[in-house]
Design a binder for this molecule. Sequence first.
Ligand code: FAD
Ligand code: FES
Length: 268
Amino acid sequence: MCQETKNNSLLSELVSNHSINNDTFCMSFKWEGRPPKAGQFFMIKPVRSNVFLPRPISIFEYIPSQNIVKFLIVKVGKGTAELSAIKPGEKVRLSGPFGNSWEDFLPEDVRNSGGKAGLVGGSAGVAPLAALVAEKPELNFYFLAGFKNGFSNNEEETATLGAAVKAKKLILTAEDGRNALHGKVTDYLFDLESYSVILACGSSGMLKSVIKKCETKEIPCFVSMESRMACGVGACYGCTIHTANGTRRLCADGPIFRASDVLFGGAI
Ligand SMILES: Cc1cc2nc3c(=O)[nH]c(=O)nc-3n(C[C@H](O)[C@H](O)[C@H](O)COP(=O)(O)OP(=O)(O)OC[C@H]3O[C@@H](n4cnc5c(N)ncnc54)[C@H](O)[C@@H]3O)c2cc1C
Ligand code: FES
């Protein structure tokens, strides 16, 4: 059950929590607020928490018929470790959805199912792209999803990911090569000319590599960026990045930007 408060900020109950690999979890929450779009994110914080600020987390899948929103959480520090440890029935505060969505960046031929879009996600960056596939399963998406840690033979692990990733083609990579293609996800990004657009989300190293490949072949590329956030709604300027059009707030002006506009060098 969700308990409504102001500004689309709800107390929401954890319905399930499944591990995908050593450090990655798929968490489902009840969500009865404004429907989120793929590419948007929520600010999330457990009700019982030792961290001060909520953490920005992208939607992984939204199931409107069940009022469920799913997140893919990768443990990197205190906030994500705390989130991944909560148990079904416990509550978090979910605020959102915030930011722009992938739909605005799909070229006409991809919308008409004529053209093919390449989706390149690294680790937690898999989440917003999987949400796009779940939102528009009829479109022609080729998905390259890369993780640091591979998968055990536990069918539940890969099934949890596979259920959400319904792309026409899925290439799963892991740096340790366990039950996935061995290496970095960008090692498997070939035939750029066959794509109408590339959409990418992941570490800045991964994004730079994807952008370079797209520039070489003159393929349009859009990237979902990450930075630390405090308010999530454009008020604190804590998430500002440099772009060719000046400084931009990731939460309010993004998180998705035209790749050629982003000036890498980190948040300011
Ligand atoms: C728009 C947006 C969407 C996101 N979606 C997801 C998602 O779907 N799933 C998910 O697991 N994570 C997502 N993240 C990243 C997530 O918000 C951070 O990993 C989290 O805030 C880290 O908090 P922490 O307390 O666990 O780590 P901290 O203790 O704060 O930091 C631990 C380590 O992680 C690094 N770190 C912290 N924040 C980030 C960040 N934003 N990007 C890269 N490195 C960071 C720190 O430099 C440090 O080395 C998203 C971030 C943004 C901005
Ligand atoms: S997090 Fe406050 S302006 Fe973006």
